[in-house]
Ligand binder design. Sequence first.
Ligand code: GLA
Length: 392
Amino acid sequence: MVNVPDSLIDTFATRFGQAPEVIVRSPGRVNLIGEHTDYNEGFVMPVATEQGFWVIAGRRDDGLLAVRSEDLDQAGEWDLAQPVPPHKGLWSSYVRGVAAVLRAGGYPIGGTNLLISGDLPVGSGLSSSAALEVGTAMALLTANDAGAQVGERVNLAHLCRKAEHEYAGVPCGIMDQYACLMGQEDRAILLDCRSVSHALIPIPADWRIVILDTQVKHSLASGEYARRQKDCRRAVEQAATVLGRELKSLRDLDEATLEAVAGRLEAVAGRRARHVVTENARVVAAGEAFRQGDGVRAGQLMYASHASLRDDYEVSCKELDLLVEIASQVEGVYGARMTGGGFGGCAVAITTVDGAERLQAAVIRLYNTVQPKPARIILTGASDGAKVWRIG
Ligand code: GLA
């Protein structure tokens, strides 16, 4: 049954003068391995987190979208018939963008009240944006009886990604929205971003997932993300010229082929390509290591992923490097790496049960007492994707 906090139900009723009709729980995601591969048609292996957002909804008959973010203590009301101006970094752009994309897609979204609140850190590389988009989409579709028309969840992931591109100005891949929708308890999602289909990989019951949030966000993040995409496109063009055949994306290169052409690519493009091509191989190998319960192997792959992101893709930062370095010294930690887009945000570690305790103690002692900003330690587990309850 839905275990939404009573206080949120009360707030919704007081704020909007109606009982809630729909409740959605939308998780975040933490990517265990496979970074900056999704927009290169590669492999990723995220889990949906235990942390996420509640989105509570009820219909209204005046054609307005009224939204309150409880955590930000902000609210707004907009006429759904009016065009939505794109706005980078504004939380309401995600909500309004999703409504606009659904309406443009022919889904009958009418006036709706939405209350949003959650326990997922925002802007930390745990997909708060996707959690918000997916939660909003499911709430709007269900409240307006359009849920069935959206068809399968993969379609919903594409629509939410479109909203992020067009209204929040972030040219993200498909990983985040897909993970928020397709997560499953105790399973990692090995997603092939070319076919947009996945296999579920069991996570051994005695493994733990520990997230270490640096709580820093370096300002270059958004510009650098787009620049990395450009670097990858350049690498594809250059490799295609050298090979004399058509290449659609870096997914079309294996390690041996890349090695053969590497010397003829421009240096930066070559490094970016090497990260993506080796990372794809690491994700596939990690899926196997998880299946076999081989924590040591899975951990080695995570450390190698971090080194590649730091040295070849250049999206790490000193805080993340330090946390991964600390984790690597702790007994019972299988592996650790930065997770998400980079330039701050979170690292993720896979540990034994005792290792999780020891890692927390080590981070407090060796990082939090030394660094200007302490790392927030978040224990999580693989959860189900977004869920919806119709209650009214
Ligand atoms: C962000 C994007 C994802 C993905 C990661 C890097 O989280 O939203 O699509 O590209 O960065 O792996």
